[in-house]
Design a protein around this ligand. Structure first.
Ligand code: FAD
Ligand code: NAD
Length: 467
């Protein structure tokens, strides 16, 4: 008889939901995580602190209020790191309590330490004091996540040369900053520091940024960031980062040198599998530390599952939670529906971006005809009230069956608003549903109706001429 029915390695979003799902089905469950890491990367260095920091930045800088109160409006003149981190610490501590309480009321045993495989049913737990104990389980879920990838050639000091973990513990807001990598992490932090008044330079190897998004949305984001004095160096790679007494110098392969108070690397992440002794369980990871799984999140050893960032794309808190639940249900023999193929993406730049379904470029490449309907926040009463004149919602509609093929939103509330589009698309609704629906007024949600009317006006023209 093993100690537990299910043992979960890692207490991030994937691990938590796997543990609670199995516990709800009456299984004996344990979770292992490092001391002070309950809640995972998501709670301590990823999603939650970065999104809280963003709220603190928006509130203290007054950035979103400037269209109403003037360009010099600020809630606080000299914003210190302490001003920013007070909010983050508060939220992280509250969330830690919530997670601890959820696990304990579901009778999930929580072990503090790191786990590594001894064999395919046994994990050795190394506690903070160095003692080891063995835990055995019928099923094991690996949810150990990732850490920032650090190029060996760069000497990170955690103060001036940073990764996205260290950026949360900097001593002062840098006057200038280089951000290496224009992925989601890089662009979210570029926006926050630019809003705080740092002079930001973004260096990205590829020709552009966030290429999964709508082109028009990215153009708008670039316009906003240039307005905040952000410089983009696309198609450029970093050759070296030098630390000098008076700051850092980032040397690009093209020969350019960029002086700055700080440099932050956000150039991808590495799966946390090197300390797991995977080979003892008959498993292996790829060069980026990722584990391969089947459609049920089973590894090649059928009673060992892997979920969350450690299995790679899409590597989001949102998807990790769903994978954890699905893996636990499968392990417990509980029926589990297929995760819907339609998944929203939310990017917390300033302004924020969110979308679901395909982009105009993807539809064109797939030779799928579409018509566009757009609503601009400046023409919505709610947009005027909140002072967001730049936001927009775009619907991509099939002229054949009038279903929605994609929804793209940029501006206040985008990551919330997108779920209206998700529901309509997921339930197979058409643009006509949005035309006929009554929305609360004045709201940003009304943008769906305005965009739907715009799309149907164009479709009508198509039909008229076609007839
Ligand atoms: C800066 C940043 C911002 C982000 N923003 C968003 C966002 O806005 N929205 C979104 O959906 N996603 C966001 N993400 C991604 C999101 O944080 C991850 O997708 C999510 O945390 C992955 O969850 P996970 O379950 O894989 O575990 P993680 O959260 O990665 O946690 C893994 C846990 O496993 C533990 N662990 C590792 N090895 C061992 C071991 N040997 N033994 C025991 N425990 C171990 C670690 O200590 C850690 O606590 C962001 C990420 C970053 C870095
Ligand atoms: N809002 C959200 O949902 C959210 C927020 C943050 C992070 N995340 C997730 O976290 C994960 C990691 O994000 P990330 O931004 O670190 O990784 P990423 O892989 O998405 O982006 C890294 C970028 O760095 C560039 N790059 C790599 N090496 C470079 C070099 N030497 N010089 C210049 N550019 C270089 C790459 O071309 C790439 O564009 C992603 O899966 C992301 O989805 C999600």
């Amino acid at each position: 008889m093993p100690d537990f029915d299910m043992l979960v390695l890692g207490s991030g979003p994937g691990g938590q939901k796997a543990a609670i799902a199995a516990a709800k089905l009456g299984r004996r469950v344990a979770v292992v995580d490092r001391p002070d890491m309950l809640g995972g990367v998501s709670l301590h260095t990823g999603t939650i602190p970065s999104k809280t920091l963003r709220e603190a930045v928006l509130y203290l800088t007054g950035l979103t209020q400037r269209d109403l109160y003037g360009q010099s409006y600020r809630l606080k003149e000299d914003i210190t790191v302490a001003d920013l981190t007070a909010r983050t610490q508060h939220v992280v501590s509250r969330e830690t309590d919530v997670i601890r309480s959820q696990l304990s009321r579901n009778h999930v045993a929580l072990y503090s330490g790191t786990g590594r495989f001894v064999d395919e049913h046994t994990v050795a737990l190394r506690e903070a004091g160095g003692q080891e104990r063995l835990l055995s389980a019928g099923h094991i879920v690996i949810a150990t996540g990732t850490r920032p990838a650090r190029p060996e050639s760069v000497e990170f000091d955690g103060r001036t040369i940073l990764d996205s973990d260290n950026v949360l513990t900097i001593e002062r807001v840098p006057r200038s900053m280089v951000i290496v990598g224009a992925g989601v992490i890089g662009m979210e932090y570029a926006c926050m520091f630019a809003a705080l008044g740092s002079k930001v330079t973004v260096v990205e190897r590829r020709a552009g940024m966030l290429d999964m998004c709508d082109v028009e949305v990215i153009e708008s984001l670039k316009y906003h960031l240039r307005d905040l004095a952000v410089t983009f160096r696309f198609g450029e790679s970093v050759a070296a980062v030098e630390r000098h007494p008076r700051g850092t110098l980032t040397v690009l392969e093209s020969g350019k040198k960029i002086p700055a108070d700080a440099v932050m690397y956000s150039a991808g992440r590495q799966g946390l599998t090197d300390e797991l002794a995977l080979e003892k369980a008959g498993l292996a990871a790829d060069a980026r530390g990722r584990i391969t799984v089947d459609e049920h999140y089973r590894t090649q050893v059928p009673h060992i599952y892997a979920v969350g960032d450690v299995i790679g794309f899409p590597a989001l808190a949102a998807t990790s939670m769903e994978q954890g639940r699905a893996a636990a249900y499968h392990a417990c023999g509980e029926p589990v529906g297929r995760t819907h193929r339609l998944q929203p993406i939310g990017i917390y730049t300033i302004p924020e971006i969110s979308f679901i379904g395909r982009t105009e470029d993807q539809l064109t490449e797939d030779r799928v005809p579409f018509e566009v309907g757009v609503a601009r926040y400046r023409e919505l009463a709610r947009g005027q009230i909140i002072g967001d004149a730049h936001g927009m919602l775009k619907l991509l509609v099939s002229p054949e069956d009038r279903t929605l093929l994609g929804v793209h939103c940029f501006g206040s509330g985008a990551t919330e608003l997108i779920h209206i589009g998700q529901s309509v698309m997921g339930l197979g609704g058409t643009v006509d549903y949005l035309v006929d629906a009554v929305f609360n007024y004045p709201t940003l949600a009304e943008s769906y109706k305005v965009a739907a009317l715009d799309a149907t006006n164009r479709l009508r023209q198509l039909d008229r001429i076609g007839d």
